[in-house]
Design a protein around this ligand. Structure first.
Ligand code: FES
Length: 262
């Protein structure tokens, strides 16, 4: 992983796009130009009582503009949600490994499965895949209120929406919606809650695929200090699993190598 650098970025907009979900656009040329799908950034609050930065996945990066979408879930993200246009934020350069797109070529098909805030990194991923000539199908699951669906459709992806409540689209999970709609593809990419990723990894395996899954839900500090993000990884030919940090070694892993504990 490249050394982290912290830059100052100006807020272009910061608005609520669904209940408790904010879209933050930053003028951050150095970050945007080097961002790869599946990477994240650490964003620092200006509140001295909140020392740790917040890791937020990169939703999109176009030209000099970085788009982050985050859920307001605690004091740090509450602080971000109150920031205004023109304000300056400190943000790291892109972190983490991101999805491995070297295995994908023009003419291939890719299934993107996102759950909740995990749909965000799939936007940049869909853009890059589409530009490579890959046909993208996206299954996007939400508790009740969808977001980023129009953005995904605008990229040209075939989209299935699922909600737990049944308010919009398929009633159930994004994975179930994808399978119900016959959206299986050669390449699987996913991001979302751990339980969803487990089922995605298992279903992909049943179909002879190896999903690339982003385990970002497990992250705390985002830079190796809290050890709250450790996952057990299976190494071929080795009996004992190895412990890896999602923030340093991930957040993207192969579904076949992650050991999901109940
Ligand atoms: Fe804190 Fe990885 S998120 S060590």
């Amino acid at each position: 992983m490249k050394a982290k650098k912290i830059v100052t970025a100006e807020i272009l907009s910061n608005r609520e796009i669904a209940k408790g979900i904010m879209e933050l656009k930053l003028e951050a040329p150095e970050v945007a130009s080097s961002a790869k799908p599946g990477q994240f950034v650490n964003v620092y609050t200006g509140d001295n009582a909140l020392l740790l930065p917040r890791p937020i996945s990169i939703c999109d990066a176009e030209g000099s503009v970085l788009t982050l979408v985050y859920a307001v879930v605690g004091r740090g993200t509450q602080w971000f949600s109150e920031c205004c246009t023109g304000q300056l934020l400190r943000v790291s350069t892109p972190l983490g490994n991101g999805y491995d797109l070297s295995v994908v070529k023009a003419g291939d098909t890719a299934l993107l499965i996102g759950g909740g805030i995990g749909v965000c990194p799939l936007i940049k991923l869909a853009k890059v895949l589409t530009a490579k000539g890959v046909a993208v199908r996206a299954a996007m699951g939400f508790r009740d209120e969808p977001f980023l669906v129009e953005e995904m459709k605008a990229i040209g992806a075939e989209v299935a929406v699922a909600t737990d409540s049944g308010r919009v689209g398929y009633r159930g999970t994004a994975l179930a919606a994808a399978m119900d709609a016959g959206m299986d593809c050669e390449h699987w990419f996913s991001c979302g809650p751990k339980v969803m990723l487990k089922f995605v990894a298992e279903e992909a395996k049943r179909r002879g695929r190896d999903a690339q899954i982003s385990m970002e839900e497990r992250m705390g500090c985002g830079y190796g200090a809290c050890v709250g993000c450790v996952v057990d990884i299976r190494i071929e030919g080795q009996e004992e699993p190895v412990r890896k940090k999602v923030c340093k070694d991930g957040p993207v892993f192969r579904g076949s190598e992650v050991i999901f504990h109940e």
